[in-house]
Ligand binder design. Structure first.
Ligand code: DAH
Length: 371
């Protein structure tokens, strides 16, 4: 046997005896590394005569290849041995209960929006939406708030630096009332100005440049709009009473309508709910005339101003209606007892865990929450 055969067999023997990756690596370096035995032999080829090279070259290269192949094969075998050993010893008990996954909860604002949609759906209202980036016309002008009207100054509006293509100022809507306009205009368009009854609520985000414990720059409102023939304030009062009693889940809630002013309604009324004190806690309902009882304002409302109906392309001599607008965050605070509005928007999971809701708590007119 030539030297190279002896060397090759030596390494092949060592490779098959190797029991781990480190041992294999040591063999590889000794044989095929930069200064490995076979690598050095390969270098001697350069000094041989062409004849010698012709016989020795294939032998040395063959040995190099054989050793490299053997190392690769042994490595693969070791890996599958390790895997087989793990498969033989490790067990997965499929009967164990799975680890519990963290469960989110519903934010009180979303919960109240769902409650509103459910309660008003039972009264025949559908949910309408509109853009949060509005223009001056839908947010103000069409609502009978002309450019010089002082109500504009009261809204602390966020304006965009640029106007739209027609030179119209753009803004973040300051209330949900522009959804009234969009809904009436859609109906006027779809019916060629004929009109048809409208019963909608429009919950959503609204924006004003204001921030303290009871005001945040972004907040939520719900708008209500009814347009039909022969609608009067009695319908408004009944609807609000039915809504408030279902929402706060008490039948003994009294409402008080106070004359007020909004440009888009005539007459206008601010609506107060009666509260009383039970077990030292203020609650909505009970006798507002009793000890420590009283009234608190919860929303603005009124009969839709004929100018608004006309601005939307409908005939105010045929169609009348009522509208109302209410702060959703405040409704949530009153019902569920939070006292700082800012916490609504902090995104602190401990807060949502405390005040949040299960996905299945859905209220209805007859049953209240969770029925
Ligand atoms: N848009 C009013 C506001 O944000 C609230 C309001 C009052 C809405 C009376 C109405 C309404 O639809 O009739 O202050």
């Amino acid at each position: 046997m030539s030297d190279i055969e002896v060397i090759k067999d030596k390494y092949l023997g060592e490779i098959s005896a190797a029991t781990d990756g480190d041992a294999l690596e040591t063999i590889r370096v000794a044989a095929l590394g930069k200064k490995g035995e076979i690598s050095l032999l390969l270098k001697t080829l350069g000094k041989m005569t062409p004849e010698e090279r012709q016989t020795e070259g294939p032998k040395i290269n063959g040995a190099r290849q054989a050793v490299a192949d053997a190392i690769a094969a042994r490595k693969e075998a070791m890996e599958s041995d390790v895997l087989n050993a793990r498969l033989a010893t490790e067990k997965l008990d499929m009967t164990l209960p799975p680890p519990s996954a963290p469960k989110g909860s519903i934010h009180p604002v979303s919960q109240v929006m769902d409650e509103l949609a459910e309660i008003f759906a039972d009264l025949g209202f559908s949910v309408a939406t509109g853009p949060e980036i509005e223009d001056d016309w839908h947010n103000f002008t069409a609502l009978n708030i002309p450019e010089t009207h002082p109500a504009r100054a009261m809204h602390d509006t966020f304006y965009f630096p640029q106007t739209d293509d027609q030179g119209m100022p753009k803004l973040l809507r300051t209330h949900t009332s522009p959804v009234q306009i969009r809904t009436m205009m859609d109906v006027a368009k779809q019916t060629d100005g004929e009109g048809e009854p409208i019963y909608i609520i429009a919950p959503g985000r609204t924006y004003r440049s204001d921030s303290d414990a009871t005001h945040t720059p972004m907040f939520h409102q719900v708008e209500g709009l009814v347009i039909d023939k022969n609608i009067h304030m009695g319908h408004l009062k009944w609807t609000l009473e039915t809504f408030v009693r279902a929402f706060f889940e008490r039948d003994d809630i009294e409402l008080r309508l106070r004359p007020s002013y909004f440009p888009f309604t005539e007459p206008s009324a601010e609506v107060d709910v009666g509260f009383s004190v039970e077990k030292g806690r203020r609650i909505i309902g009970g006798d507002p005339r009793g000890d420590n009882g009283g009234w608190m304002e919860i929303l603005g409302s009124g009969m839709v101003h004929p100018n608004v109906i006309r601005n939307c392309g409908l005939d105010p001599d045929v169609w009348q209606g009522f509208a109302f607008g209410c702060g959703i965050d405040r409704l949530a605070m009153l019902k569920y007892g939070m006292d700082d509005l800012r916490a609504f928007f902090d995104g602190d999971l401990r807060w949502t865990e405390h005040y949040g809701f299960d996905a299945l708590d859905v209220p209805t007119l007859s049953g209240g929450v969770g029925a």
